[in-house]
Ligand binder design. Structure first.
Ligand code: SF4
Ligand code: SF4
Length: 67
């Protein structure tokens, strides 16, 4: 299963900053809360986590380059 960003619904204000910043169109605002709709679209860039002013998004994945 693919790891996706998690949304802390207690912290999320529904401001839409993450949805606007997500270049993959993987986030929409549903009933005032950020919702990850397209798990296969997520490019694991962590931009949403970086731009959220409330610290409500958590990207638990990390890119590991082996070699
Ligand atoms: S940027 Fe943060 S507070 Fe704003 S909608 Fe996204 S998760 Fe919620
Ligand atoms: S990690 Fe990147 S691609 Fe995935 S939801 Fe966040 S901003 Fe969009």
């Amino acid at each position: 299963m693919l790891e996706m960003p998690r949304v802390d619904l207690e912290k999320c204000t529904g401001c839409g900053t993450c949805a606007a910043a997500c270049h993959c169109g993987a986030i929409v605002i549903v009933e005032g809360k950020a919702t990850i709709i397209e798990t296969l679209k997520c490019g694991w860039c962590s931009v949403c986590e970086a731009v959220c002013p409330e610290g409500a998004l958590y990207c638990e994945f990390e890119i590991v380059i082996e070699g």
